[in-house]
Design a protein around this ligand. Structure first.
Ligand code: SF4
Ligand code: SF4
Length: 351
């Protein structure tokens, strides 16, 4: 029943939307008032995935936003990092008609042998190659959408959410990078009686965290590393903001909490790290975390990087083995965390 709704032809392809209200974290201090007063702010969305069993309880629709504050060197969702639209190319679909090369206004495309090369330094993300390609080989990642439009789509599945105790998850990237849009969408869904879950790495400012989490029924925390130096080295940001925000979250007794940790061999998948995360969770939340999910990357991750003309730093690093996930569970249990609440998945975002 899952369906991915991506950008449709003619929808604002190629626009730099970083200055559109609601689409950026760089907003003036009155952004909260704006989110509360405006019913129709906009955001940059990667896709809307209907009725999945991932990213929260019950049947859920996940709205994935573009833009992330972290740059994890293992990132399983590189298509979510940039807060701008990006063009990708699916080589297998190319029928070598050269229309995109002819129409690119700045000559950023060339065919080398049978491979189409895009000069990303020059590409303006105008979307013309997407529009002219007859085989769908070029694709624009990210579309601009308003809270009103998204809500209209989401309420159509309200009966499924209600029957399964599900709802809508707002994920990314990092949804707090688009604070106005995220807050306005959460409020709009709450007005319609739809259960919400915010999937966040808790790296935003304390003020933003408090406002946005307060508008969500539950929160899924993506918690990767407890060591500040390691977190800085592998993600570009230390743990101070995360610890601060989660400590505040611990003071909110009625908020449902799930936690997710990626299993990256030699980085997050170490005895020291998993025991430290487990102990931290027990220290601040007691037994309140309903589920601690370990997720491993899929085999298609290198393909995701290839589509963006990038290389994965962990090329050749296969998904973790059952023996390794067994160890992860063992370390989680030794930290004092209830093993019955630990689960292992492969849930990453699709394109
Ligand atoms: S989006 Fe396509 S057509 Fe536009 S500049 Fe980039 S390569 Fe050229
Ligand atoms: S327009 Fe599409 S099919 Fe034609 S050369 Fe470009 S990518 Fe290939």
């Amino acid at each position: 029943m899952s369906e991915i709704i991506n950008s449709s032809p003619g929808i604002a392809t190629g626009k730099d939307i970083s200055n559109i209200p609601g689409s950026s974290s760089k907003v003036n201090p009155s952004w909260r008032e704006f989110a509360y007063s405006e019913e129709n702010v906009g955001g940059l969305i990667l896709h809307v995935q209907r009725l999945t069993r991932d990213f929260g309880p019950g049947l859920r629709t996940t709205v994935t936003l573009k833009g992330c504050a972290l740059h994890c060197d293992w990132c399983a969702n590189p298509q979510c990092i940039s807060q701008k639209q990006e063009v990708i190319r699916k080589d297998r679909r190319c029928i070598h008609c050269y229309l995109c090369i002819e129409h690119c206004p700045i000559g950023a495309l060339e065919m080398v042998g049978k491979t189409l090369i895009r000069d990303r330094q020059r590409c303006r993300t105008c979307g013309i190659c997407v529009d002219v390609c007859p085989s769908g080989a070029h694709q624009m990642l990210g579309r601009f959408a308003t809270v009103e439009d998204i809500t209209k789509n989401l309420v159509e599945d309200r009966a499924h959410y209600a029957r399964s105790n599900g709802g809508v998850t707002i994920a990314g990237g990092e949804p707090t990078r688009q604070p106005i849009f995220t807050l306005a969408l959460l409020r709009s869904l709450r007005d319609k009686g739809i259960h919400t879950n915010l999937d966040t790495n808790a790296t935003c400012s304390p003020e933003t965290f408090v406002d946005i989490i307060s508008a969500s029924d539950m929160v899924s925390i993506d918690l990767k590393l407890m060591d500040d130096t390691a977190q800085k080295r592998h993600t570009g940001m230390g743990t101070d903001a995360i610890v601060h925000n989660l400590t505040w979250l611990a003071s909110q007794p009625h908020k449902r909490i799930w936690v997710r940790t990626p299993l990256i061999r030699g980085v997050t998948l170490t005895e020291t790290n998993l025991k430290a995360i487990g102990s931290f969770l027990m220290d601040i939340f007691g037994g309140r975390v309903e589920r601690w999910e370990f997720y491993s990357h899929d085999m298609d991750i290198e393909e995701k990087y290839h589509l963006l003309d990038r290389e994965w730093a962990y090329t050749g690093n296969l998904p973790v083995t059952p023996a390794e996930t067994g160890l992860a569970r063992q370390w989680a249990g030794q930290s004092g965390f209830d093993l019955q609440r630990v689960t292992v998945t492969h849930a990453t975002r699709s394109f």
